[in-house]
Design a protein around this ligand. Structure first.
Ligand code: ADP
Ligand code: MG
Length: 254
């Protein structure tokens, strides 16, 4: 399912909030990190979708976002591009102090970006996209989801886990096993938030985001995507986001 850019030119986009930054015009003029720009082009993307134009500029400005955009509108790049642009330019952080009795071989992972998504299929798709955009960079993507062998996933995150794509249940499990720490998280994404709540993940999502070691809203950059905005989603936005911009792409009458 490709993207029909002609159709996108007609789609209404509305951004509301305090001091809304202007969207970027094109990938080339966005002053992206050179490696990210190369990887975007290698992936065959030439023109940013509306959600990508806005989210890249919000990322620059360090603004939180709550976005509603239809399926196929390029939401994955919408959160990966601003996150990777910042991570590539910042470079790898100091290794965190290893915990436990063997300080030189901590088995715990310390991702800096966390993307929560409802299903195995969706997390895998996001992971595949992330791998393309992280190509030749220091950022090591990893993916964990339920219904699959946990041992293999634990070995995978041990090999490197800077950007983690996860379903909520499996992530809670790994946090409880002390194999993942959220203390270094700087970017948090809730993709398909309404679907996660429909699947009954709200307790797990709250456990993750309200973890003691998860940096608070002022110390992380949070992006939420949801097709619908029932009361429980509004409550999550109120609790997880700070001074956010509401982006609505092609919803009205579509
Ligand atoms: P959503 O999450 O909004 O449903 P995706 O991020 O999965 O949408 O994107 C839908 C499809 O469009 C994917 O195959 C993706 O690779 C492609 N795509 C996304 N952004 C662009 C772009 N800027 N240029 C070309 N293709 C794109
Ligand atoms: Mg998606």
């Amino acid at each position: 399912t490709g993207i029909n850019f002609e159709k996108y030119d007609d789609i209404p986009v509305e951004a509301t909030g305090n001091d809304v930054p202007k969207p970027i015009i094109s990938f080339d003029e966005a002053d992206l990190e050179p490696l990210l720009l190369e990887n975007i082009k290698l992936s065959g993307y030439t023109v940013p979708t509306p959600v990508q134009k806005w989210s890249i500029s919000f990322g620059r400005a360090g603004r939180d976002m709550m976005a509603s955009a239809q399926t196929g509108s390029g939401k994955t790049g919408g959160f990966l591009f601003p996150i990777l642009d910042e991570l590539f330019s910042a470079g790898p952080a100091e290794a965190p102090a290893a915990d436990g009795r063997n300080p030189h071989r901590s088995r715990k992972a310390y991702p800096v970006a966390l993307i929560l998504s409802p299903t195995r299929e969706l997390t895998s798709q996001i992971f595949d996209e992330a791998r393309k955009f992280c190509y030749r960079s220091w950022v090591r993507p990893a993916v964990v989801y339920g219904g699959a062998d946990i041992g293999q996933q634990l070995r995978q995150i041990e090999r490197g886990c800077d950007l983690l794509v996860a379903t909520p249940g499996r992530l809670v499990d790994m946090i409880e096993r002390s194999r993942i720490s959220l203390q270094n998280i700087r970017y948090l994404v809730l993709d398909e938030a309404d679907r996660m709540l429909d699947m009954g993940f709200e307790p797990q999502i709250r456990r993750i985001v309200e973890q003691e070691d998860m940096p608070g809203t002022m110390d992380r950059h949070t992006l939420m995507f949801s097709a619908t905005f029932p009361r429980d989603i509004q409550m999550l936005a109120r609790d997880f986001l700070k001074d956010y911009i509401f982006l609505s792409v092609g919803r009205v009458g579509s």
